[in-house]
Ligand binder design. Structure first.
Ligand SMILES: O=P(O)(O)O[C@H]1O[C@H](CO)[C@@H](O)[C@H]1O
Ligand SMILES: [Mn+2]
Ligand SMILES: [Mn+2]
Length: 435
């Protein structure tokens, strides 16, 4: 088969960065959500200013309207306008756009991280995940009994729906005293285990998660997540960067797998390898924090591009979701967006002729919304290169349009789902094609 030469695709997933409620948001109780729009509005109202008692995180020093000049040039605010019918408050949309921009709705049954990532890699989730719906005594007794027995535990704490930071504050001391790990869930298809990194042991926590992963097989649960933390009752408890996700495998080959199968290189940065259950990954680079994730992405761009079958560099920027979205920290989310935006010129400077860059998200997590859960939203599709003319990509019916476009650019067999937004002349299956 003819195959694109030395082409690369770079996909940055801004975890939870929704740009307006999806067409089916009502069914999720999320009609009216808008992660970007509500952050911008709060900034415009002067609600995201540095405060006297602000923590020492440097990003909390931001102030004024939301300022994202580089994302604006890639068409972020235009995409948000197209998705919602309104310009985000206080922002300055770019007059000179450099790329193609659109917005995509999710067709997967859930609004969780694996569903969003698999769909954007061309594999929507059409089956229903298992969920633990009870807010208290959430897990079946038989499951917990088996976990306690197989992992030789003194018992478990939690067994409820919870916010991960709240539950370690509430149960951290009891965990230290009893040695019992904390198990909890959310509206997502997850089984989360929090334990003290030193007192319980990090490797022991990972092994416990693997046991849980095995025991959860009949329950159709998307992910087991290890949530290590440190601290004590005097200092308080803090989660560390050693989180690990144990996902089930995608139901069919994603575009990562398809590229890997033809000998291409798939470089997974941050959580990406875990999210795809290590399927179709050539190299996984772990990094904690957005600065380190961006550094790793830039390094991957420096080091890659020699593979004649093509290269995919894919990075998940998780802090938007974990540190700010779920914590309903609007100012923190705004500051993290601005810090991300400030690094984009370094990335753009490393792009080459045969590169396609896509910035997108996996779901929303509107920090102004009730509760602490994800929100069913559309995501931005900001694309640069790939033979794309500047301008609108329109409303995309599925995140899978991204996967199909990646397949086209990299000269791979077409995915079953999704419609490519690239011009047909730029398909990697026909690298001589001139656009
Ligand atoms: O509150 P924490 O532990 O961050 O949990 C959140 O993280 C999980 C995975 O994204 C979600 O299901 C959500 O509940
Ligand atoms: Mn996510
Ligand atoms: Mn999340």
């Amino acid at each position: 088969m003819t195959h694109g030469t030395h082409r690369r695709a770079i996909v940055l997933v801004l975890d939870s960065f929704g740009i307006g409620a999806g067409p089916d948001a009502e069914q999720f109780g999320d009609a009216g959500t808008d992660t970007l729009g509500h952050i911008a509005a709060a900034c415009a109202r002067g609600e995201c200013e540095p405060t006297q008692d602000s923590t020492t995180a440097p990003e909390t020093t931001r102030s004024g309207p939301l300022s994202l000049p580089n994302l604006a040039r890639l068409g972020l605010f235009h995409a948000h306008h197209a998705a919602t019918g309104a310009w985000a408050d206080g922002v300055t949309p770019a007059t000179e756009l450099i790329g193609a921009w659109g917005h995509a709705a999710e067709i997967s049954s859930g609004k969780d991280t694996p569903s969003g990532h698999w769909e954007l890699a061309g594999v929507p989730v059409r089956f229903d995940w298992g969920y633990f719906l009870e807010r208290n005594n959430s897990f079946p007794e038989a499951l917990l009994e088996a976990l306690v027995r197989d992992a030789n535990l003194p018992g478990v704490l939690g067994n409820c729906h919870a916010s991960g930071t709240d539950i370690i504050t509430r149960l951290g001391a009891e965990h230290l005293a009893s040695g019992k790990p904390i198990v909890y869930t959310s509206a997502d298809s997850v089984f989360q285990i929090a334990a003290h990194e030193e007192a319980f042991g990090l490797e022991r926590l990972y092994a416990l998660c693997e046991t849980a992963r095995r025991l959860l097989e009949p329950y159709n649960i998307g992910r087991v997540i290890a949530r290590p933390f440190t601290g004590d009752t005097a200092t308080g408890f803090t989660r560390t960067g050693n989180r690990r996700d144990y996902s089930i495998e995608p139901p069919s080959p994603t575009v990562l797998q398809t590229l890997h199968d033809v000998g291409g290189e798939v470089i997974a940065i941050g959580k990406i390898a875990d999210i795809y259950a290590h399927c179709g990954i050539s190299r996984s680079v772990k990094a904690s924090g957005h600065e380190a994730l961006m550094d790793a992405t830039l390094a991957a761009l420096e080091e890659s591009g020699d593979n004649p079958a093509g290269t995919l560099v894919m990075t998940n920027f998780v802090d938007f979701d974990t540190l700010y979205g779920h914590r309903r920290d609007v100012a923190g989310y705004a500051a993290a967006l601005e810090a991300f935006d400030a690094r984009l010129p370094e990335l753009l400077a490393r792009l080459k002729q045969d590169d396609l860059l896509i910035l997108t998200a996996d779901h929303g997590c509107d920090p102004t919304w009730r509760g602490t859960e994800h929100t069913r939203e559309q995501v931005p599709v900001l694309a640069l290169g790939g033979g794309l003319p500047r301008g609108p990509l329109g409303a995309r019916d599925s995140f899978a349009d991204i996967g199909q476009s990646l397949a086209s650019w990299l000269g791979l067999p077409a995915m079953d789902d999704g419609t490519s937004f690239l011009p047909s002349c730029s398909s990697g299956a026909n690298p001589q094609g001139e656009c």
